[in-house]
Design a protein around this ligand. Structure first.
Ligand SMILES: [Zn+2]
Length: 47
């Protein structure tokens, strides 16, 4: 049988904790913005 396998859902679809969307749905710019804000929050906790 030469039928193509159905597309598998990617198992490691991480959800962005900032906007609660899969990281794969982010544009490059959104990804940069989100990771920067997350990092800012983490450093804020440190004070
Ligand atoms: Zn995000």
């Amino acid at each position: 049988m030469m039928t193509a396998p159905p597309p598998k859902p990617t198992g490691g679809d991480e959800i962005c904790p900032l906007c609660k969307r899969p990281k794969s749905e982010h544009t490059n710019k959104e990804m940069l913005d989100c990771s920067r804000k997350i990092r800012e929050q983490e450093t804020k906790d440190d004070i």
